[in-house]
Write a protein that binds this ligand. Sequence first.
Ligand SMILES: NC(=O)c1ccc[n+]([C@@H]2O[C@H](COP(=O)([O-])OP(=O)(O)OC[C@H]3O[C@@H](n4cnc5c(N)ncnc54)[C@H](O)[C@@H]3O)[C@@H](O)[C@H]2O)c1
Length: 372
Amino acid sequence: MPMKSTHIPVRVAIIGAGAVSDYHHVPALQLDPRAEVAAVCDADAALVEKRKSDWGVALGSTDAIEICTSPAVDAVIIATPNDTHRPIAIAAAQAGKHVLCEKPLGLDAAEVKAMLDASRAGKVVHMTAFTYRFAPAMVYLRHLLKSGALGTPRHFRSQRFTDWPETSWGWRQYKERAGAGDLYDLTIHRIDFALDLMGPLSRICGSIARFAPRDRTVDGAPCRPSDVDDWSALIGEFESGATGVWEGTTLAKGYKRNGFGHDWAEVNGSEGTAVYRLHEPNSILLGRTGGDLDVVPAPREYLKPASSPRDPDLGEPATVFRYDIVWEFISAIVEGRDAVPSFLDGLRAQIVADATMESHAKRVWVDIPRAD
Ligand SMILES: NC(=O)c1ccc[n+]([C@@H]2O[C@H](COP(=O)([O-])OP(=O)(O)OC[C@H]3O[C@@H](n4cnc5c(N)ncnc54)[C@H](O)[C@@H]3O)[C@@H](O)[C@H]2O)c1
């Protein structure tokens, strides 16, 4: 079990002060009376200065290791490009700091295993930012499934369709920095849903493809073309005998949907079907044999963690549930327990994502080893 934090409020450093930190990690910390933003680190010195002022933080650095070892920091949130997660997470764990790391945890499963091992050795809380697990619709769907209301689960199905511009994705479009494209960025969340809902996978068959060259920046300047996928898909067999089908693309024209895209995940059980949708995160679709799918609001107790002060009636519903990741991280730290989802969940999803690329490269089904 991880150590309890001795310092309340928990002093959290943001490492990687870009989009996702500003969008949900920092607003979430600002909502949580048990935590404070104690430090900011980014490779971009000008951004460090801006965020210190925006977020009201005194301690700033461009050196992640300096922040990971600072006595003024109890925990870190790592939101940097994927290739930097492993060294930063390991340095933090070795310094006894609790770690919430963005997905994908690493560039491959070997990196992620090293992060998990270091976190366990350091007895720190470790958590993977699998954001969409916290959507009320997903929490409620999971409750219905696990309580048997859908009967025996037979099929898992997910679609993640976004309509992104075909210009450069920056670091995200290069294998050495991102590991993979759509597969590691978007589909990996849905692999995590499936493992959480349906249990371990036995084997998968996967495919990836790239359509957009992304050889221009948004300003029209030439850049090195992308070498990662912008479409990914897999089919899988779970140990339970159930089946899964996943598809993700960033090139689904017309699927803008207020910036949130199309995100659909469903379970078909022997007694019923339940569907999660990101753009309607506070309700599910529910259907029974012989009937149609009806909209069913998630009961109020599913709209946020019980003890969180977040008002579920405030803000854009498809945005504000993301704050609950940090609530879980801080709760695990103050309670001295494991966080959910942990680095082990990140490793399990990474193994399946890696297998998808292996399956594609070899044109074969790939067995999925158990990770524990
Ligand atoms: N969970 C989610 O829903 C979600 C959403 C978006 C992004 N992400 C993940 O979050 C991470 C960051 O994504 P983003 O969209 O915020 O990217 P971003 O490019 O907007 O921000 C990354 C920041 O990290 C900084 N950086 C780069 N190397 C660094 C280093 N060695 N030390 C300190 N700072 C460094 C960059 O200067 C940049 O400001 C990625 O792993 C991404 O996959 C997750």
